[in-house]
Structure formats: structure tokens, C-alpha cells
Design a protein. Structure first.
Length: 155
């Protein structure tokens, strides 16, 4: 049913609830825009999440490996055995790119059924991306840092 993830109606949920569900239930995260530079949030945020038990799949067209994990140039280039495990896409790319990234996340959901949500990091907002995500039953969080929100919940 469109707009429903499991038993959760994402159309009527507040972002706070979506954040809690994503952080509590889903542990395999593709990080689009993951960086090799340890000074950048696109590196230290996924590193923090990895240290808390999350499986990170780095997406960066200029890297072979990040955080000890094989990096892929884009979501669509992840081999099926790994792509089918992805539950959340965490985005460190400009807002203008968000809707295209969400469309790729939707493709993963359609192909494998496990994709549950998209997280747009601090400073990234896209109404179009949110509309596409919700149309296909994905939860979406915008303009929030996954690491900061995790710390608020657990530390």
C-alpha cells in the first residue's frame, strides 16, 4: 500500500517519530557523498554511526574505500547482494541533488523491498525529494544530523 512502511503510515508521522524509527530499527545505511576527509561531516558522521553498530555503504565516485568499506560511485552501482540490504540512504549532497538521490532510493525499494527511509543531513532540504519519498512510502528526515540525533537519543 502506498505511503505505508510495514504498519507505519509515513504520511501522518511527524519527523521526530520518523527519526526515532530510522535510528532504532534500521542499521544498514548507504551514505551518498561519503568523504575520505576526516575533517568533514560526511566522514565523521558515518564513522560515528559505524562505531555504534551501523553498517555503512559509502557512495563516492572518487574513492575506492572509505571507513574500511568498499565505496561505490552511486547508489545504482552497488551490486545486488549488497544493494538489497540497504535500509536507509543518508545524503551529504546539495539540496538540488536530493530528489534524484531519492529516486534512486525508491528504485532500491521497488527492486528489493528493504529500503525504508532517506535522511538529508543538516542544511539539506528538498520538498520535491520529500514528496517523492512519501509517495513511495519512504520515511524522510531533512536538515538534521544523523549523529547529533543519535547522540540525543542514546548518550
Amino acid at each position: 500500500m502506498r505511503g505505508v512502511v510495514g504498519e507505519i503510515d509515513v504520511h501522518n508521522m511527524k519527523e521526530e517519530e520518523e527519526m526515532k524509527i530510522i535510528l532504532n530499527r534500521y542499521k544498514v545505511v548507504a551514505v551518498v557523498g561519503c568523504s575520505r576527509d576526516p575533517r568533514k561531516p560526511a566522514h565523521y558522521v558515518p564513522k560515528y554511526m559505524q562505531s555504534r553498530g551501523y553498517k555503512i555503504v559509502p557512495i563516492n565516485p572518487k574513492a575506492q574505500e572509505i571507513l574500511g568499506e568498499k565505496a561505490y560511485p552511486r547508489l545504482t552501482s552497488i551490486p545486488d547482494p549488497f544493494a538489497k540490504m540497504i535500509e536507509v540512504v543518508n545524503v551529504f549532497r546539495p539540496s538540488e541533488e536530493a530528489s534524484e538521490i531519492v529516486k534512486q532510493a525508491v528504485d532500491l525499494k521497488v527492486r528489493f523491498g528493504k529500503m525504508r527511509g532517506v535522511w538529508l543531513q543538516k542544511g539539506i532540504v528538498s520538498k520535491e525529494a520529500a514528496d517523492v519519498a512519501r509517495k513511495y512510502g519512504l520515511m524522510i528526515v531533512m536538515d538534521r544530523c544523523m549523529m547529533d540525533e543519535h547522540k540525543k537519543m542514546w548518550e
